[in-house]
Design a protein around this ligand. Sequence first.
Ligand code: SF4
Length: 441
Amino acid sequence: MPHPAQLDGNEENRHRDAVSHFVVRLAYCRTEDLRRWLLTQECHLFKHRFEELLPTDKVAVMEQAGLNYATLDAREFNDVKNQLEVVQRLANPTLTAIGLREIMNEGHSSFYAVPFEEVPDLVRQRKVLLRGGRAYIHRTALTSLVVGAFRSQLSRALAITARKWNARFAAEEADRLAPIVESLSSRYLGEDYTGRASDGGAGVALAELDALASTSFPLCMRNLYSHLKDAHHLRHAGRMQLGLFLKGIGLSLEDAMTFWRAEFCKKIPNDQFDKQYSYSIRHNYGKEGKRADYTPYSCMKVIAGTPGTGEHHGCPYRTFSEDNLRAALRGMRLSGPAINDVLDKVKGKHFQLACGVAFAASHNGCECDEGIQHPNGYFSASRKLLAPQGAQKAAAGAAVGGAAGPSGGALPVTPAVGTKTASVVALGDITPAHEGEHAPE
Ligand code: SF4
């Protein structure tokens, strides 16, 4: 199957595209999770590029891939015409009567009958007529067919690469390529969000945190924040995940110390906090130990975290049971259909896409342009929508009574209540399936 990028007239672009594809293929062939992730991303890219092609180029890609499907003949079209019309109407609820008539008037040369297993997307969404093991599709649905073929071909290729890599090259290349290949899949190459405040960025003040948690924190951080407010304690992994995130959104070291002390010292004396916890907070800000400026965790790193009993780090889209996730999403004021949409993505193990759906649903339908790659990226995108033109602080204050949306209208955010936001309270009521009571560390 040729990649649509291979139709690019620029040879250098084609060459770079091919090289980067095979490097990524090698890095992401090693486990089932990695293969699934790469398949999803590559199929999205393929689909996007295919849809951008001119009709003649689409035909060229299909011919090169050996997808030579014949259109229906007039007799078969007449046999199924009425059923096709019903399916078209049900599959496209927004289609007007005129639009439907235009599609049907195109006649038999615009419809194809293909083996149903080659269009699993359309079958799952009930968007095709099935008859005798064949799916009848309109020419506009060809993308699904081509993407399906691309997916199965890449899936096979990844399995072969994994087998060869494990059988031979991993050992042969143990000192040379293997360390690079193994580290590539866990490397985050986007913005690192280290130390916004110390870089002279906008920064956030301690007093704004509750309001910001209810409007602009992604679910992984809302969950930790809520547990901290409820239990006045978080275990090490949770403190690292939340602490570095707060540092990344611009909480100063001084405010971070005040914040953690205020929570922990509801349960333990001040001097115990100084002995046990203040060092690691200063350490995160590069003031102790190696004095490294530690980077907030990317989604990949958070998703890889597996919380044990009494721990709350990790990505809730991966770690929560369905019931708990539903409750958490209701706490974010998501509608029923939006919650179902999120859960669909979670079932397919597309956690970052699920988070993207939740982002859009809680920001008046506005999507995070770059996709969800980093919890701090989620926060920045949210602030840009809720508090444009750098008016973050004013908007954060306003969020206490309902933040201004992109168009100036009120967003469906939960107002802050005292020192604890209502949505944070809702999250605090959730007990993940694996949680239990724990003594402070
Ligand atoms: S997808 Fe990323 S930002 Fe969203 S909850 Fe999971 S780890 Fe956090």
